[in-house]
Design a protein around this ligand. Structure first.
Ligand code: G3P
Length: 218
């Protein structure tokens, strides 16, 4: 499973990339706003330190302007994936950009029907928002199961399921068990994945016993 980091904070991305935990990055207008930086600058900086796809989202709502914005964003760096919302104009933009060889991440997906449309429009990634469905007492991971099943029925569809709006480690584990291709994770969730109390207590016990030997390795 590929891990994307869901942030526009360059320092976070750099730290996690040094641990080999970054296969790509996703941003959205809210994350760009939170960074306090100009979009083109921060996307260029993220692309320079990220080996994989970096999603940069258009902000227009009409096809013509979305397409122009998408082409501009793609021009920032060779690993930009253009993010478009799952609307009719967004799918038209997806098809046009895909036909030009630009990878597109179709976002704000909340149903299996929407995910099938995005795949038919040539999306490289589909981003179902599991946390936001859970927030309204709807089974977010059930949507992932449906999309994975549907895509498997049609091997010619090349769209990768990119699980987004991940709130906690169990979202990641369940997505991996279902066979989702990618999960995009806030840095805080990645750090939660690391934690287990038995690891901490086991390490403390090892070091306490080692201290009794009076030895040192170096
Ligand atoms: O990539 C989409 C993600 O940033 C949305 O997460 O927590 O705002 O639902 P959230």
């Amino acid at each position: 499973m590929k891990f994307f980091v869901d942030t526009a904070e360059v320092s976070e991305i750099r730290t996690l990339a040094e641990a080999g935990l970054v296969d790509g990055v996703t941003t959205n207008p809210s994350l760009i706003a939170k960074s306090g930086r100009k979009m083109a600058e921060v996307i260029a900086e993220i692309c320079a330190i990220t080996p994989g796809p970096v999603s940069a989202e258009v902000t227009a709502t009409d096809f013509e302007t979305m397409l122009a914005e998408g082409r501009y964003l793609r021009g920032i760096a060779g690993n930009v994936a253009v993010k478009v919302p799952l609307t009719e104009a967004g799918l038209r933009t997806c098809r046009a950009l895909a036909n030009e060889g630009t990878p597109v991440n179709v976002t704000l997906c909340f149903s299996a029907a929407q995910a099938l449309l995005a795949a038919k429009a040539g999306a490289a990634f589909i981003s179902p928002f599991v946390g936001r469905l859970d927030d309204i007492s709807t089974d977010g991971m059930g949507l992932i199961a449906d999309i994975v099943q549907i895509y498997r029925n049609y091997p010619h569809l090349k769209t990768e399921v990119l699980v987004a709006s991940v709130r906690h480690p169990m979202h990641l584990v369940q997505a991996a068990k279902l066979g989702a291709h990618v999960a995009t994770l806030p840095p805080a969730v990645i750090r939660q994945l690391l934690k287990h109390p038995l690891t901490d207590s086991g390490l403390s016990a090892f070091l306490a016993d080692w201290k009794k030997t009076g030895q040192s390795i170096l």
